[in-house]
Ligand binder design. Structure first.
Ligand code: ZN
Ligand code: ZN
Length: 269
């Protein structure tokens, strides 16, 4: 498994996961020209992507999906609510219920409902079938739910929202109503809440923690990283910590060691 964050933040999000030559894109919040540029940087042809799966209907996650699907023939996967709200229609749109697992030949994508002010938003755990490697992607989450914590057990890679510093948001330029919306239980995860969750979720097997969806107004990579480092002090996590970027690709992130699926047992006579 290899994972790249092609860009993350309120101006656009996209994450590429590759397993055994199969490629899926999580979210398509960039136009085709920008996305083609990001993929070119890692020598990936857009036509080689097998499917695009959308977390929710906000434009920073979905605005390029229709154009990319048309241009490069990608099938799109979205919850009923996301498909409806983002007006994704046509034969190439596959709808699923939040919580459902989508099976591809070499990759499994398990969806988990997330608390966010969108229509049936979800996060994902992507599993490589041949190795059992697991990558979790959870951003645009107002708070951590039990289902999300359960989904994040024994991950190899976690891409986790660390949206804002609570003081910077409170003292920043956003109007009160917008501050309240970001900080509420269906808004975005603060550095502090991200740290509390990561401390509990990160095991010593987890190889990479990537901080995603950092606000460019109410956060900085330095502040988010310092907050997470302090939260993880004395924890079991021994992997790397990396901030995702809005305007650049980071990765590839790979599992530490492959955990092969248990072989089938045959009775010997
Ligand atoms: Zn977003
Ligand atoms: Zn959102």
């Amino acid at each position: 498994m290899k994972l790249w964050v092609l860009g993350s933040g309120s101006n656009g999000n996209a994450v590429l996961v590759e397993c055994d030559g199969s490629r899926i894109l999580i979210d398509c919040g960039f136009g085709t020209r920008t996305l083609a540029g990001r993929l070119k940087a890692i020598s990936v042809a857009p036509q080689s992507i097998d499917a695009c799966i959308i977390t929710h209907d906000h434009s920073d996650h979905v605005k390029g999906a229709k154009g990319a699907s048309k241009k490069w023939g990608w099938p799109l996967f979205a919850t009923h609510g996301t498909a409806r709200a983002a007006e994704l229609t046509g034969a190439k749109v596959h709808r699923f219920q939040p919580g459902m697992t989508i099976e591809f030949p070499r990759i499994t994508v398990q969806s988990t409902p997330t608390p966010h002010d969108a229509h049936e938003s979800v996060g994902f755990v992507v599993t490589g079938r041949s190795t059992g490697a697991r990558a979790g992607l959870f951003y645009d989450v107002g708070h951590v739910t039990r289902a999300m914590a359960k989904a994040c057990e024994s991950l190899d890679i976690l891409v986790l929202e660390s949206n804002h510093d609570e003081d910077m948001l409170r003292n920043g330029p956003y109007p009160r109503w917008l501050q309240a919306r970001i900080a509420c239980a269906t808004g975005h995860l603060s550095n502090r809440d991200s740290g509390i969750f990561a401390r509990q979720a990160m095991t010593k097997e987890c190889n990479h923690l990537v901080l995603a969806h950092l606000s460019e107004i109410n956060n900085t990579p330095r502040v988010a990283m310092a907050s997470m480092r302090s939260a993880l002090t004395g924890s079991r996590f021994k992997g790397t910590l990396t901030p995702a970027k809005q305007d650049a690709v980071v990765g590839p992130f790979t599992p530490g060691k492959t955990r092969a699926e248990k072989p089938l047992q045959y009775a010997l006579f």
